[in-house]
Design a protein. Structure first.
Length: 388
């Protein structure tokens, strides 16, 4: 059920109250539970994105009943105008179970009226609930809504797969994280940061780590010399290697690899990263060089964007090769380990490709900063800032 209302916050609250009463009457004797767990503010720049956000908000109701405030901001339109709409997002109730509902307020602002959006959003937030701001699309760190709401949000959610200028925006994401964790005082401040592209890397990181859960393979983890990461780029005029850079940043931050002074070179479409690591078995100050190649994959038309393969090689002393790569079977990856003197090992493993709502739900479950992400981002942003 959807109702249009004038942009008056008291009027919006009255409309929401009426919606809850109507839903209780329509539930046919079922109890209707208004169990909101968070405020979710999302910004859209066009109708297609607004429809996508609305669909995701509806799907989130099962795990995160929320008050969603969707700001559709179209500053380029000539006529200034702002309207608001309210709706209840309810799940079908099982027999004898309460019906769980969330609620959504859509603010449609055009022209000069977009300047009013932040002041309209603030009084609509439910007190004493966490506030997440979701900014889909390119250049989220330049968004004026972030500047206005930064002091009240608990989590900022972006998607680096959508960055139009990957090197610039990845560096900006790193600067945002650093600014909000290194301020004066004892602890972290400002909103925690989530990147949905990073969330897609979870199965790749888990499959990679599993190689070294066994004692025979663990010693080779510190001997990696070469890494090759291939990715299927998102649609767009420019390649976007951010997922590969974040995966490289994860390896470097976990294994103590440090970028060299001239850490980045570009050869055609391949970004080559140059780092150093502690040498194994030759003294505490000895180092070895590590190279990481991040390149687009030759993928079939319609292939989902994201990591296509990851290969780790040790060539110093005992040869060792570890691979994780997509297969033609959706949701699966082939993992293989070959170490000199040992029987090769391979298996087909689950490698889920979660839907957008599932990625967002996973990030909303985080109660604090993701320290692993922060470490990976710190290295990835440093490398991105050195891209030519």
């Amino acid at each position: 059920m959807t109702t249009a209302t004038s942009v008056d916050t008291a009027g919006i609250e009255r409309e929401l109250g009426q919606l809850w009463k109507n839903n209780a009457l329509e539930a046919g004797g079922h109890a209707v539970t208004r169990a909101l767990t968070l405020n979710l503010v999302a910004r859209a720049r066009d109708s297609a994105t607004a429809d996508l956000v609305s669909d995701v908000v509806q799907r989130l109701t099962a795990s995160h009943p929320n008050r969603a405030v969707l700001a559709v901001m179209r500053p380029d339109e000539a006529e200034p105008r702002v309207e608001a709409f309210v709706q209840a997002n309810c799940l079908l109730a099982s027999q004898g179970q309460p019906q769980v509902c969330g609620e959504q307020i859509t603010i449609d602002a055009r022209g000069a009226a977009v300047a009013q959006v932040a002041s309209l959003v603030l009084p609509l937030l439910v007190p004493d609930l966490p506030v997440a701001l979701w900014l889909p699309g390119p250049a989220p760190f330049d968004d004026p809504l972030l500047a206005r709401l930064r002091g009240v949000i608990d989590r900022l959610i972006v998607d680096s797969r959508e960055f139009a200028d990957p090197a610039r925006d990845l560096a900006a994401m790193g600067a945002f994280e650093a600014a909000d964790t290194k301020g004066p005082g004892a602890g972290p401040r400002g909103p925690a940061l989530s990147d949905l592209s990073w969330a897609t890397l979870t199965p790749w990181r888990e499959l990679t780590a599993q190689f070294f859960d066994t004692r025979p393979l663990l010693p080779h983890l510190r001997r990696i010399d070469q890494v090759a990461i291939s990715y299927v780029p998102p649609a767009g005029p420019r390649l976007n290697p951010t997922a590969g850079l974040l995966l490289a940043g994860w390896l470097a931050s976990c294994l103590g690899w440090s970028p060299l002074e001239d850490a980045v070179s570009v050869e055609g479409e391949t970004v080559r990263l140059h780092l150093r690591r502690p040498a194994v078995g030759v003294g505490p100050s000895a180092i070895r060089l590590v190279t990481i190649d991040v390149r687009p994959a030759a993928a079939e038309a319609g292939a989902a964007p994201g990591i296509a393969s990851l290969r780790l090689r040790a060539i110093d002393g005992v040869m060792a090769d570890f691979r994780v790569e997509r297969t033609g079977e959706p949701g699966h990856a082939l993992t293989a380990a070959e170490v000199a003197g040992h029987t090769p090992i391979s298996r087909l493993a689950r490698c889920e490709e979660p839907a957008l709502a599932e990625l967002l739900a996973a990030e909303l479950r985080l109660l604090s900063r993701d320290r692993t992400f922060a470490g990976a981002l710190r290295v990835a942003a440093t490398l991105a800032a050195r891209l030519p």
